[in-house]
Design a protein around this ligand. Structure first.
Ligand code: MG
Length: 131
């Protein structure tokens, strides 16, 4: 199913990850499924893109990144009136229960473990956007 056909236009997603390989992987497969993907290589760049683009409907973020890490990025997104309702998925190798609990308390909707599993990721995105 092309998920974005369920919405008015192509659904826009922001992917925040310092690895260009991971960003490309997300972008390629999400494009195939009809999404428009914006890429940021740090939390700082992610905030800048959110500021410029009000059509972004979902964020997928890494945690370990230089310049501004994912948790700081998520904290700022969650405390900003304009972005606080945006669903956030976290994609990382970080599995500490403490970190998970912190992310959850900030409103993170889902935790996607590495390695990259397209079907699993699509399933999670679908569940959140259709909710
Ligand atoms: Mg990283």
């Amino acid at each position: 199913m092309v998920l974005s056909t369920l919405f008015k236009g192509p659904m826009e997603i922001l992917i925040v990850d310092d690895s260009s390989t991971i960003r490309l992987k997300f972008k390629s497969f999400l494009n195939v499924h009809g999404f428009i993907v914006h890429e940021a290589e740090s939390g700082l760049e992610g905030l800048d893109l959110l500021e410029k683009n009000e059509d972004i409907k979902l964020i997928i973020s890494d945690l370990n990144m230089p310049e501004m890490d994912g948790m700081t990025f998520i904290e700022i997104v969650a405390s900003n009136e304009k972005t606080k309702d945006l669903p956030i998925l976290v994609y990382t190798t970080e599995l500490s229960p403490l970190v998970k609990a912190q992310a959850k308390s900030l409103g993170v909707k889902a935790w996607i473990p590495k390695p990259f599993n397209q079907n699993k990721i699509l399933e999670v995105i679908e569940k959140i956007l259709l909710n």
